[in-house]
Ligand binder design. Structure first.
Ligand code: SAM
Length: 279
């Protein structure tokens, strides 16, 4: 096991969160006293969306939305699990004639986006929803498997979820998929990231060369890495994901770009990217 993977799995999730927060507070302080703080981005201590470079990952994905997903400046976009604006910040430069709606279960993230993005780009809307998630919102009052998206039928031309279904249990994804079907226009685009387990990924999980462990079995198609905190990292079998997209008629022109997480031969980005269209 390499050092990065050892740190990832040997420390309890709560300790890792605390260590990250302390490190990020120190980095914010250094940026502040050296005059290097950048108001266009959230302070590091508020960053709960992943340790890799915030700005770089946002720009990388907006490029994929446009180049691989065919996103247009006039699209009406839904960002499921909008976090703290990692995608919205670079998107606001592109989506000049379109509309953006994002919702998330982390109040601080949504408030930062409302105050720093919506104020300068009024076509960008963010909504906080108090949904329970053991990893992200332990005091949440709403259950994801009962949540109805706060948007009318056939609203969106492009829906994305980056690193969100990797934190959701199967019955929650079932509900979100049925809502996606309701709010996505015919011919609209889905752009979702996953830890998708095919034969090659499964072999690498078993021989422990995969960066994500996904060693605990929830059911025949859902696996997770942290015994006491399943929502910290969840993977699904590729067959199940493809079939789930088919069930909601969103499997047209499906393209899969496998990421590096499983150390497969193909390594595009980190998580696996699934892009498809609704019928
Ligand atoms: C790794 S972060 C990714 C955030 C954002 N999509 C990005 O790429 O920067 C996972 C996000 O999923 C959100 N989340 C978890 N469960 C959710 C749910 N049921 N509905 C909406 N968002 C959820 C978390 O609050 C968190 O912001």
């Amino acid at each position: 096991m390499n050092l990065k993977k050892a740190v990832k799995y040997l420390l309890p999730v709560s300790v890792k969160k605390w260590l990250k927060y302390t490190l990020y507070c120190a980095q914010d302080f250094v940026a502040y006293i050296t005059g290097k703080s950048d108001d266009r981005y959230p302070p590091k201590r508020l960053n709960f969306v992943g340790s890799s470079e915030f700005k770089k990952v946002g720009e990388e994905f907006v490029d994929y939305f446009i180049r691989l997903g065919g996103l247009k400046p006039s699209d009406t976009v839904l960002d499921i699990g909008s976090g703290i604006g990692r995608m919205a910040i670079p998107l606001k430069e592109y989506l000049k004639d379109g509309k953006y709606y994002g919702f998330d279960i982390d109040k601080r993230g949504v408030e930062w986006c409302q105050q720093n993005i919506s104020k300068v780009s009024p076509n960008f809307h963010f909504e906080y929803v108090d949904i329970y998630n053991k990893y992200y919102n332990q005091s949440g009052k709403i259950q994801a498997h009962e949540f109805v998206f706060p948007y009318a039928d056939n609203t969106f031309t492009f829906i994305f979820a980056t690193s969100v279904f990797t934190h959701m249990m199967p019955n929650q994804i079932d509900q979100y998929f049925s809502e996606i079907r309701r709010v996505l226009k015919p011919g609209g685009t889905c752009f979702f990231t996953w830890f998708s387990i095919d034969k090659e990924a499964d072999a690498n999980i078993q021989n422990k060369t995969s960066f994500c462990d996904l060693r605990y079995k929830y059911n025949d198609y859902c696996f997770y890495s942290h015994k006491n905190s399943p929502e910290a990292e969840i993977g699904y079998t590729e067959d199940w994901i493809c079939n789930a997209l088919k069930q909601i008629d969103c499997h047209k022109d499906l393209k899969i770009h496998h990421g590096s997480w499983a150390q497969r031969k193909e390594q595009f980005s980190y998580q696996d990217i699934f892009i498809s269209k609704s019928l």
